[in-house]
Design a protein around this ligand. Structure first.
Ligand code: KIV
Length: 267
């Protein structure tokens, strides 16, 4: 069994080794993930889409996120587990943010939390870190802001937007975050932010220059067919594999070849 990945291990990888992160939401997939040397498992609020079938990430609740986090940590992965703070679980006040971040560690047994936004959530970030809860930041196309953005659009395009994004990144770093997700920003913006920060950046649609990469597990494995963003690379086609297995099962049950005696009990 490999040594558990810590927040400090993630920080230490900057400039030395690329960081790998995937999402997971349940025990079975986490057990498979943890047979590999993935560094970080993010229990993403993308669960609201790929697990619950929501149109976006806005509907998933704290209770549901804590449940998914517990399902993941029940697999006792050696990867670092980060719980994703859902919409309206930290925006209201610093007190609300600290209490909900605490639930991810206390009830979900995660080691860190992630939340979206820059300077407008800086007080929440500082308060959570002051409670000894490590925080991962998230800038660029932050899906909880989809209605404010007017859709899923690349962020940080143009000098002013890129400068504002870099300022947010530096403020989050000053506040004490241990790493930063950059989602859907031009590759050169990903590169500049990565070069300017001392902490690692983890990209998703942010080009090849980030310190690490993250993908939603169901996208990476080719299981989720509702839509496929440009940045997704499918490393398998599990939709087809699962469909074929289920079709074979139905056929064998219907023709009476399953179960046979080798799958039956003797007296
Ligand atoms: O919820 C999620 O899966 C995420 C990643 C896409 C970074 O936030």
């Amino acid at each position: 069994m490999r040594k558990s990945v810590t927040v400090q291990d993630v920080i230490n990888k900057k400039g030395k080794e690329k960081i790998t992160m995937v999402t997971s939401y349940d025990f079975t997939m986490t057990r498979i993930i943890d047979t590999t040397d993935i560094d970080i498992i993010l229990v993403g609020d993308s669960a609201g889409v790929v697990m619950a079938g929501g149109k976006n990430t806005l509907s998933i609740t704290m209770d549901q996120m804590v449940y998914h986090t517990m399902c993941v940590t029940n697999a006792e992965p050696s990867a670092l587990v980060v719980g994703d703070m859902p919409f309206m679980s930290y925006q209201v006040s610093t007190e609300q943010a600290v209490r909900n971040a605490g639930r991810f560690l206390q009830e979900g047994h995660a080691q860190a939390v992630k939340l979206e936004g820059g300077k407008r959530v800086i007080e929440q970030v500082k308060a959570i870190i002051a409670s000894d809860i490590p925080v991962m930041g998230h800038l660029g196309l932050t899906p909880q802001s989809i209605h404010a953005f007017g859709g899923y659009k690349v962020q940080g395009r143009g000098k002013d937007a890129a400068t504002a994004l870099l300022e947010d990144a530096l403020r989050l770093q000053d506040a004490g975050i241990f790493s930063l997700v950059l989602e859907c920003v031009p590759a050169d913006v990903g590169k500049i932010v990565t070069e300017k920060l001392d902490i690692p950046t983890i990209g998703i649609g942010a080009g090849p220059f980030c310190d690490g990469q993250v993908l939603v597990l169901q996208d990476l494995l080719g299981m989720f067919k509702e839509f496929k963003p440009k940045f997704v690379k499918q490393y398998a086609e599990l939709f087809g594999v699962i469909k074929e297995a289920l079709e074979t099962y139905c056929k064998e049950v219907r023709e009476g070849t399953f179960p046979d005696l080798s799958h039956s009990f003797e007296e």
